[in-house]
Ligand binder design. Structure first.
Ligand code: AMP
Ligand code: MN
Ligand code: MN
Length: 313
């Protein structure tokens, strides 16, 4: 229960992983709003990198802090949806300075880096976990909207295998709070800018099939991103689209962070545990969705990944 987690803290920092996604933003904003609504004697602040524009519809996102204050020490740092300490990014020093730390997460690769943690690898999302820890009666519409968004994004609108009966029950309870689900899903999940659709199209066009068509891969260079006027926040959903390809077991999408350094996203359908592959190369994630950073040319990276994928096929 959150009461217990928050018991000894007056000041609370909430942080999530770098390049925040829907579940990261949803769980952080949901918890932030919940504390503001129900614990008038406590003070909470959220620390996250710049969030995708579509998520700005959530209450309180304009109060998100992108830099840490010098020498400030929180009673409690709660990290959400973050599988290892480094992925907190700029807020790592704040985490290290906090009197207590607590991690709520669902990454199978999470080894429990915080003082205390609640890690459920089978959970659909951190947002669902946070919902479980909340007192039903104390959830406002704003909190419900944030958590609903998180669940929607990490389940691909309730389609992935991580969406369990408990996920639907949580979503139903959140809907009862008045969440405008169709609008939220359309505005934050399906709607794309023209440039986002262009970069998606380009990536699909340039994708290649290999390993007897069991794998699909594509990538984007910095130059291409500049050409279309997009940044990394505009690339969400591309790897999922690659995975929809009939007959494919693993989808690989990479974008260039700097010359010969790639952020890699892996998705699988059934047989391959991509979290193991990601972890092998220093990344992490879930069985069917994982990520990592790799050095080398696009083809070096593909070769290295292929060897590990082949071991599982
Ligand atoms: P992504 O491909 O970035 O959408 O990430 C898929 C899943 O893997 C998400 O749950 C991420 O939080 C996680 N993930 C991505 N990159 C890393 C990494 N370098 N280390 C650990 N986990 C990661
Ligand atoms: Mn996430
Ligand atoms: Mn998540």
């Amino acid at each position: 229960m959150l009461n217990k987690i928050l018991k000894d803290a007056v000041t609370v920092a909430i942080g999530g992983h770098i390049r925040p996604d829907g579940d990261c933003v949803g769980s952080c904003m949901g918890l932030y709003q919940y504390i503001k609504d129900n614990y008038k004697d406590k003070r909470a602040d959220v620390y996250l990198e710049e969030i995708p524009d579509a998520y700005r519809c959530l209450k309180g996102t304009e109060e998100i802090r992108h830099e840490i204050p010098k020498d400030t020490e929180y009673d409690l740092f709660i990290c959400l949806d973050c599988g290892d300490k480094d992925r907190l990014g700029f807020s790592v020093p704040l985490f290290e300075r906090a009197k207590q730390t607590y991690c709520i997460d669902h990454h199978i690769s999470n080894e429990g880096f915080a003082g205390d943690s609640y890690i459920v690898p089978d959970a659909s999302s951190t947002s669902e976990l946070i919902y479980d820890l909340m007192d039903e009666e104390c959830i406002s519409l704003d909190t419900a909207t944030a958590l609903y968004l998180g669940i929607v994004h990490d389940t691909g609108v309730f389609q992935y295998s991580c969406a369990a009966p408990s996920t639907f029950r949580a979503a139903a309870k959140l809907l009862e709070k008045g969440v405008d689900a169709p609008k939220l899903i359309q505005d934050t999940y399906y709607e794309k800018t023209y440039a986002q659709n262009q970069i998606l199209g380009r990536t699909l066009l340039e994708s290649i099939l290999f390993m007897d068509k069991a794998c699909i891969a594509s990538y984007i260079t910095k130059k291409t991103m500049d050409f279309y006027g997009v940044d990394v926040k505009d690339l969400d959903g591309i790897v999922s689209q690659l995975r929809t390809t009939k007959g494919v077991e693993v989808a690989i999408f990479m974008y260039e962070l700097e010359t010969n350094v790639y952020k890699v996203s892996l998705r699988s359908k059934e047989r391959v545990d991509v979290s193991r592959i990601a972890k092998y190369f220093g990344g992490g994630g879930h069985k069917k969705a994982a990520g990592l950073t790799m050095r080398g040319t696009y083809y070096d990276v593909l070769n290295n990944l292929s060897e590990q994928i082949e071991l599982q096929l």
